[in-house]
Design a protein around this ligand. Structure first.
Ligand SMILES: [Zn+2]
Length: 201
């Protein structure tokens, strides 16, 4: 076989790299970080590089911005490049280790503009973050955008807590929902996998 792929990669789009040059080195509050994250999500869907999702990895104690990711499914052609996977991977690349919770290092927070999907909840568990901050965890994302987030455990916050990950819900909720509403109102929005059971196609 000579046609097998032997590597894969995902790159932040040029608009995001330019925008991240304006990001503060650290955020004073979760609210400020979520406002930046929500704005990134909006810019991502407007640029058609992926769905309306963004994520940040922050040092928990200082708010230092370690990495920022956006959903890159459309830009990369890779279905696993959700914002959380991108942000966690960029943080691990920057720090040079797979464990963001390694002993003797600062603790890290994953901040996302909604509840992680079934894949990204797993990615968070594997990453070593000890805190997750989300704008909301209700059905609004799926209702407004049509994305199917998969069979997320009904008690996922307690499951995270059992594994040493604290989850904080409801930071910047209204602004996050507004971005999903904008996306859902588009007639040309691409709702990629997973394919929801409620869909007829
Ligand atoms: Zn995801």
């Amino acid at each position: 076989m000579t046609d097998l792929a032997t590597s894969f990669r995902a790159d932040l789009p040029s608009w995001a790299i330019e925008h991240l040059a304006t990001a503060p080195a650290a955020f004073d509050t979760d609210e400020a970080a979520m406002a930046f994250c929500t704005d990134l999500a909006r810019r991502n869907q407007q640029a058609d590089t992926g769905g309306p999702f963004a994520a940040l990895v922050l040092e928990t104690a200082t708010g230092r911005l370690v990495s920022a990711g956006v959903n890159l499914v459309l830009a990369s052609g890779l279905s696993s490049t959700h914002a959380e996977v991108v942000a966690l991977s960029l943080a691990q690349t920057r720090l040079g280790r797979w464990d963001l919770g390694a002993a003797g290092n600062p603790a890290h927070t994953l901040l996302v503009n909604w509840r992680p999907c079934v894949m990204c909840g797993g990615a968070a568990l594997w990453s070593g973050v000890t805190r997750i901050v989300i704008a909301g965890d209700g059905p609004e994302l799926e209702v407004l955008t049509g994305f199917d987030e998969g069979p997320v455990h009904p008690d996922w916050i307690a499951e995270m807590a059992r594994r040493g990950i604290a989850v904080e819900v409801g930071v910047g909720r209204d602004a996050a929902i507004e971005v999903f509403r904008e996306y859902g109102a588009r007639t040309d929005a691409v709702v990629y996998n997973a394919r929801g059971t409620s869909r007829t196609d």
